[in-house]
Design a protein around this ligand. Structure first.
Ligand code: HEC
Ligand SMILES: [Cu+2]
Length: 357
């Protein structure tokens, strides 16, 4: 059967890598290097380049499972190949049936006992990883973050630090000698989501009315990318995750900036008033103003984020303006309606939001 893929589809497929690489590196690379970069780039989502304890145990388990499966495949395929070649039909064969053998205790015992042993090994190895990743005591130095999944964005609350933000999770890097892991308490506002940052840990589901927990401890500062890994609606694919593992200095600077009440620059008064006059306030919160909506991302420090719309769009003034004008241009099916602002109001609101660092 022929695989039908027109050139448009191929282009769009590559364009998705292109966009990802541009977000990661801020530059546009040629397609072929990009493909390779997404496979080998340490800042991509490569499960073979773990940078945290849970991801490392999972890689260990994966290698064991892949190793066992590869050996089974080689033995079975090898025996099959041998039999096919050794007992192929030859000229001069007498076309009679070979002797029939019924029942062999040795053979039956071996194909029962060996698979059971393999399953027991796989079971014990998996159980060990589950215990290692779940049942460890939480150190006093741990940071607590509440993660709430929304169609199609992530809400992050830092209860002890009094910070609410969206889509870009900032956590401290965890030095193995003085671990500062981050404990995530996860739930959902609507449907099932799944938090998956492959280089840091396995997947954890976010389920309405149920609280799940997981922890991450990036050992190297930098940006770790992830993706909602549970189909949650039309824009599930653009529900991306960005985890920034900050050095202690970067992290305290970020915390201090986020704890400030949103800026009220005199130059942005016009845009602020338009924002507060519109239905934006029903869905968005901006600290220090009457805007207290919780249906959409907190915008108090939206300009401090590198991306908008859950990691799917670089946060430039042009993109911000175009997104406010019609979110569906970027995320068809996103739960923010087009607000039909006129050109003047659009410019003013964009200018205001761009000051919210
Ligand atoms: C009905 C609720 C609703 C209204 C009204 C609304 N928004 Fe939104 N907004 C959302 C939701 C939901 C998202 C998240 C979209 C996504 O990423 O899937 C969002 C995302 C955004 C973002 C991107 C934030 C980020 O960090 O990704 C900006 C900026 C924004 N809205 C500005 C506005 C402005 C300005 C107005 C008023 C003109 C407005 N919104 C009105 C619900 C709303
Ligand atoms: Cu989701």
């Amino acid at each position: 059967m022929a695989v039908s893929m027109n050139s448009g589809m191929v282009e769009r497929f590559f364009a998705s890598f292109d966009q990802k690489a541009r977000l990661e590196h801020g530059v546009r690379m040629p397609h072929a290097t990009q493909m390779l970069a997404t496979v080998f780039d340490p800042s991509s989502t490569n499960i073979f380049a773990p940078k945290g304890t849970p991801a490392q145990s999972i890689l260990g388990l994966s290698v064991l499972v892949l190793g066992i499966c590869a050996s089974i495949f080689l033995i079975v395929a090898g025996l099959l190949l041998y039999t096919i070649i050794r007992y192929r039909s030859r000229t001069g064969d007498e076309n009679s049936e070979p002797p029939q053998i019924y029942g062999s205790n040795q053979v039956e015992l071996s194909w029962t006992v060996i698979p059971i042993l393999i399953i027991v090994v796989l079971f014990l190895a998996s159980a060990r990883v589950i215990f290692v990743t779940q049942k460890i005591p939480k150190p006093a130095t741990a940071l607590d973050v509440v993660v709430i999944g929304h169609q199609y964005w992530w809400e992050y609350r830092y209860p002890k630090l009094n910070i609410v933000t969206a889509n870009e999770l900032h956590i401290p890097v965890s030095d193995p000698t003085h671990p500062t892991p981050t404990y995530l308490t996860m739930s959902s506002a609507d449907t099932d989501h799944s938090f998956w940052v492959p280089r840091l840990a396995g997947k954890m589901d976010l389920i309405p009315n149920k609280v799940n927990t997981m922890w991450i401890d990036p050992e190297e500062a930098g940006l770790y990318l992830g993706q909602c890994a549970q189909y949650c609606g039309v824009q599930h694919a653009k529900m991306l995750i960005r985890v920034y593992a900050d050095t202690p200095e970067q992290f305290s600077a970020w915390v201090a900036a986020q704890q400030h009440v949103a800026l009220q620059l005199p130059s942005a008064t016009g845009g602020r008033e338009i924002f507060l006059r519109n239905a934006c306030v029903n869905c968005h919160a901006i600290s220090g103003t009457e805007a207290r909506g919780i249906f959409g991302p907190d915008l108090s420090h939206v300009a401090s984020r590198a991306t908008i719309a859950s990691g799917s769009v670089p946060n430039t003034p042009e993109n911000l303006r175009a997104f406010i004008n019609n979110p569906a241009d970027f995320k068809p099916g996103a739960l923010m309606p087009s607000m039909h602002l006129n050109e003047h109001d659009l410019d003013a609101v964009t200018q205001y939001l761009s000051t919210l660092r």
